[in-house]
Design a protein around this ligand. Structure first.
Ligand code: PXL
Length: 287
């Protein structure tokens, strides 16, 4: 029997200031007992969200080179997880990673935008190409902006009814993945929630979020990494969603309590320890 921790190839950028991408995925998954093998797509001085001009080192050629190396040595992964990608070419290299590890859990966090707007590095052509990545995914974790971009529908700014929320999830499921989670959804009944769909047992789930009047970069990356870590350690979809929501909310509330500059991201250093106890989870209900 193999007792080593589950191993994830995490294909994402490495950002300096701003606490996002591999910089937060590594400590998060390590704390959950999952080994991360980083496949950096780029090294950036900060995230792209407002800390000045970003110093950018493109690492596109490292993606196929690392894959070739791992395949040649027979090194295996239980999960391949993709996040922020900088070009169509990087998306194509990612597709090859997923195809090379057909047994691995394929997690696609379709990092494209937030608050109804695409990130400035994102092009229309990349959106179409990302759709192809989503087709081969087992799990996708778009926020509401990204969910609408994937479905090629206008951003939904009104609260969703239960029926509308379920239909949004079902349509995303039709794109390919067995598990769909959409974060940051406004509900018609009031309040924000993370919603999920498990296609295998045709169940829809909702985890309500506490409202905090701020937004920080990297919270989507944190959510997707806790969800991935929970899946890899045997949790069901709603339990994984409950753990991810609990952790991200704790990070947001703690950071807000210090009135820190939002562009620096959340103070996960103060909250990582909550991940070691899987009882730290928000309650979930059927949607
Ligand atoms: O949090 C997603 C993300 C990842 N990587 C970079 C980003 C962002 C969001 O702004 O800028 C470089």
């Amino acid at each position: 029997m193999n007792h080593r921790p589950a191993r994830v190839a995490a294909i994402h950028d490495l950002s300096g200031f701003g606490r996002c991408s591999l910089s937060v995925i590594l400590p998060t998954l390590s704390t959950m007992g999952v080994q991360v093998c980083p496949v950096p797509t780029a090294i950036l001085s900060s995230h792209t969200g407002g800390l000045g001009e970003v110093e950018f080192r493109d690492l596109t050629s490292f993606i196929p080179a690392s894959l070739e190396h791992y395949q040649r040595l027979g090194l295996d992964f239980e999960c391949v997880y993709s996040g922020f990608l900088g070009s169509e070419e990087q998306i194509d290299h990612c597709k090859k990673y997923f195809a090379s590890y057909p047994e691995a859990l394929a997690v696609v966090d379709p990092v494209m935008g937030d608050h109804g707007k695409a990130y400035r590095t994102y092009t229309e052509a990349m959106r179409n190409r990302l759709g192809e990545l989503v087709q081969v995914a087992d799990v996708i974790t778009p926020n509401l902006t990204e969910a609408c971009m994937l479905l090629k529908i206008p951003y939904i700014s009104e609260g969703l009814t239960r029926q509308e929320a379920r239909s949004l999830l079902a349509k995303l499921g039709e794109l390919g993945p067995n598990f769909v989670v959409v974060t940051g959804v406004q509900l018609a009944t009031g309040g924000m929630a993370n919603i999920g769909y498990d296609k295998g047992n045709n169940s829809y789930w909702v985890v309500p979020c506490d409202y905090v009047p701020v937004s920080y970069p990297g919270t989507g990356d944190l959510f997707a990494s806790v969800l991935t870590g929970a899946f890899l350690t045997g949790d069901s979809l709603p339990i994984a969603m409950g753990r991810a929501t609990y952790f991200v909310e704790r990070c947001i509330k703690t950071t807000f309590s210090y009135s820190s500059d939002t562009r620096y991201g959340v103070m996960l250093e103060k909250e990582l320890s909550v991940l070691t106890d899987s009882a730290n989870q928000k309650d979930f209900s059927l949607l």
